[in-house]
Design a protein around this ligand. Sequence first.
Ligand code: ZN
Length: 239
Amino acid sequence: MTAPAFADAQAGAWHFFGTRHGPASASTKAGRLGLDEHDHPRPRLVVAVDQVHGTDTLVLDRPVSGREVFSGGWDSLVTNQPGVLLTIRTADCVPVLIHDPVHHVVAAVHAGWRGAVGGIVLHVLRQMAARFGSGATELTLAIGPAIGPCCYEVDEPVLKPLRERHQEWQSVVVMQGAGKGRLDLRALVRMQALEAGVEQGKIAVVEPCTACRADLFYSYRRDGRVVDTMVHGIMLIDE
Ligand SMILES: [Zn+2]
């Protein structure tokens, strides 16, 4: 699955949002994805790391080899190296893929409620600006399939930090009585991108809700446990 408007603007980068039908996540650690290599540019290296629901970023700004081990936990990956496929895994959380076609940089972000409330997108955009000179108006950003407000009821432990950290919190939550509300995680991510200066027309949102669409996605909330995860990726293509 791709974000059409995003893909059109993606000269120099290749991206995909996975479904439960592929690519398979079990093999990403070993650097294989089981993708049909005739349909897309072939990655030199697939990077998959442990995700810890934090806001730290792994920046790869030098050539990396398949033998390198990235031990640690990160929820966002950034690189300026062509042929390095950055992957993240989700099962309700928001996958965000970012491309800077001017400075040739890509990023993959895993934003659960902790990351989204903690401002992970703002954090990544700051890193891209500091390390590579990426300006917000130069970026295109795709927000992938995630749990929708239709299925994502949250309570005080989520609402409290949301209220404290985001002035416009009411635009991303529909309250449902005392201490309960339905949170639109993708809208929260989009709000942060807009705040950072990303242009509205350069943000694509892939609509389906992971919990509603059992035919397409795994959903932690719907299944009550992690059955498996979807894999999403973005890579710079050699010019
Ligand atoms: Zn839903």
